[in-house]
Design a protein around this ligand. Sequence first.
Ligand code: SF4
Length: 164
Amino acid sequence: MNSKITGVDIYYYKVCTRKLWYFHHEIQMEQDNENVKIGKALDEESYSRENKHINIDNVINIDFIKSTKVIHEIKKSKKIEEASILQVKYYLYYLISKGVYGIKGKIDYPLLKQSLNVEINEEDFIEIEKILGEINCIINKNIPPKLEKKKICRNCAYYDLCYI
Ligand code: SF4
């Protein structure tokens, strides 16, 4: 297991490998992005009574954990749900790798008043380990992956960097 790969890296891997590379190389434009501001505000206002932001080894940053042993990840929309699911699976993977068993995952969409349960199985373990290898290859390169136009580019914090 590579302890340097964070939950955000895993999320960005699924969203866009170029974004992953930028982020990992500390090219950060997220703070000016409107979507990111909304996400942060939502994060601060949601579930105010919960014990929030549990950072483990600077690798995974869980939004909050309920006494029912459920870890929660808060998202504002379902647009890139596949990436969110992988991120929560990585949290579970990481916790199990550290000997923490019996934890479940949940993605909360407070704006939609919906949630999604996330579990991890053996196939996910294999898949995550493969992805960790791929992420290492991507982030260790000196240049970002080739630009591949996507629908999400318009709303991406790195848009100017990719398209100018
Ligand atoms: S603008 Fe598009 S290609 Fe560039 S980092 Fe964002 S999502 Fe990836």
